[in-house]
Design a protein around this ligand. Structure first.
Ligand code: ADQ
Length: 489
């Protein structure tokens, strides 16, 4: 590490997230091939020069044998990653069960699972036990690799129990926790059977961060109403111990997108797309195929727009790119068929022999193709029913500096709080309102488009992912210093 190499000292940062930022494929008994998957968090931390970051998380594969585990750990070490090995049963109960079937829908206001309520209630406790067990396994690995002075940054709803486990190992460990989803109103959180235990575990952290002030406020209210603790302007206080709670809105590595647009490969894609859709305005949706993204509602609003605006029929196309996720879960399979059915109906109704109004792709696009799509888009449609932030809206803005397209954005995405002045904000449940916003966006005069775009572009390029990570970690360091000063007083 830097501290032994004579180079300037860099603080070590242990980033703990459910998934490591790599995909691992086993090639033989003791050989693995790894590919870095550049999500938002990875690019945020790649840009942070002040810290020496290491990742701790699950590699996404079951490795039951010791030879395989040793080989994978060795290969991952070269990418500064440390694996947590989870067996299939734990993954089923902790990840598929408690995280994705209970916390994810609840935090997005979709409630606890409705179907087979009694079975859910019965399996709830075993899933929560597995959740705690998995979090303890993460804590064991963190503790094994921790060195005094390290900052430990825990991420997301998968690891709400982790701060408590870490502090039990070492009360002096600097622990921060950040939630990437919304934190719901305390009235929603209180329906969760394990509501108090989870809140108390998170409160063991020194700093707790959310994308928006609303989420932070909901969290503080949950602690005051459910746990009876005191909320202060800084956070939550429990018997003299303060947990700092604050908003840290994430951003993107905007430079990476802006630079990509100059690449010949991306320029070629742009040219092809422009030819393909010449004479038509392009509308774009890019989402994981998840209930929270409001894809059926978006497509129904587009249908209403077509119904009411016959003159636009062959002059506009909606490209909806939806990456399938959690494909083994019945609700997600149902959503896929529902979206296919609606798209088929609308294309049947409004298509001609030569053109269809909606191109729906069930797949992920590579980074360069995605940048090109963002660049040729006239109107982006982000209609999440709830979304912690929504980085697609930021990526679209970053790629639009020549076109100055319009962003239609759900008021229930965290991004509405930062891009609200430039975007057209909509209630995604109100299909009539979204349909008329589509019309407004398509007809918007150039001057208004430029003004709106300028506002958003300034925000996206000055509130980057790197700023986000640096602000969180330096706030965590300050929080610890302030706590030490308070103790001495
Ligand atoms: P997500 O729910 O995954 O993230 P989002 O913030 O939009 O949502 O990020 C998705 C990422 O995946 C973007 O970088 C986007 O480019 C990429 N992506 C999406 N669809 C794609 C496709 N079809 N092809 C290629 N790439 C695609 C969670 C929370 C969000 C929060 C982030 C970060 O749900 O609210 O903003 O974490 O905190």
């Amino acid at each position: 590490y830097e501290r032994n190499s004579g180079m300037p000292f860099k603080q070590r940062l242990l980033v703990v997230a459910n998934r490591l930022p790599v995909s691992a494929v086993r090639r033989g008994e003791d050989s693995w091939s790894l590919e870095i998957s550049a999500g938002g968090l990875v690019s945020a931390l790649l840009g942070v020069k002040e810290f020496e970051a290491k990742w701790i998380g699950w590699a996404g594969v079951n490795v039951p044998d010791e030879i395989g585990q040793r080989a994978l750990s060795k290969a991952l070490a070269e990418k500064r990653c440390i694996p947590v090995f989870l067996d299939e049963e734990i993954v089923h109960q902790y990840y598929n069960g408690y995280c994705n079937n209970i916390l994810w829908p609840l935090f997005h206001y979709l409630g606890l699972p409705q179907e087979d309520r009694l079975a859910t209630t019965r399996s709830f406790q075993s899933q929560f036990d597995a959740y705690k067990k998995a979090n303890q396994m993460f804590a064991d690995v963190v503790n094994e690799h921790y060195e005094e002075g390290d900052v430990v940054w825990c991420h997301d709803y998968h690891l709400m129990f982790l701060p408590k486990c870490l502090k039990e190992y070492n009360a002096k460990m600097k622990v921060g926790w950040f939630l990437h989803t919304p934190f719901p109103s305390s009235e929603i959180h209180r329906t969760l059977p394990s509501r108090s235990e989870l809140l108390r575990s998170v409160l063991a952290a020194d700093l707790v961060g959310f994308h928006t002030y609303d989420y932070a406020r909901h969290f503080v209210s949950a602690c005051t109403r459910i746990l009876g603790l005191e909320g202060t302007p800084e956070g939550v206080e429990d018997q003299g111990k303060l947990t700092r709670v604050a908003a840290f809105p994430i951003g993107i590595d905007s430079e990476r997108f802006i630079r990509a647009l100059e690449l010949p490969k991306v320029q070629d894609h742009i040219k092809e797309l422009k030819e393909r859709f010449s004479g038509r305005k392009v509308m774009l949706g890019v989402d994981r195929l998840d209930m929270i993204k409001g894809i059926p509602q978006k497509i129904l609003a587009f249908e209403k727009f077509l119904e009411e605006n016959t003159s636009w029929h062959d002059k506009v196309v909606l490209l909806q790119i939806a990456v399938p996720t959690r494909t083994d879960v019945p609700e997600y399979q149902k959503l896929t068929s529902q979206v296919h059915e609606i798209v088929g109906r609308i294309n049947g109704r409004f298509g001609t022999l030569t053109a269809v109004p909606i191109h729906h792709l069930d797949r992920s696009l590579d980074f360069h193709a995605l940048c090109a799509l963002y660049a040729v888009t006239d109107v982006a449609l982000v209609t999440s029913l709830r979304d912690g932030m929504n980085l697609v809206s930021y990526e679209f803005v970053a790629c639009q500096d020549s076109k100055k397209g319009v962003l239609i954005l759900s008021e229930f995405a965290g991004a509405a709080q930062s891009l609200g002045a430039g975007a057209i904000l909509v209630n995604p449940w109100n299909i009539t309102e979204v349909a008329s916003s589509i019309g407004y966006a398509l007809n918007m005069p150039a001057e208004e488009r430029e003004k709106r775009h300028h506002h958003n572009f300034m925000h996206v390029t000055t509130h980057t992912a790197q700023d986000w990570a640096e602000t969180f970690v330096s706030e965590l360091n300050d929080t610890i210093v302030e706590a030490q000063l308070r103790m001495r007083q």
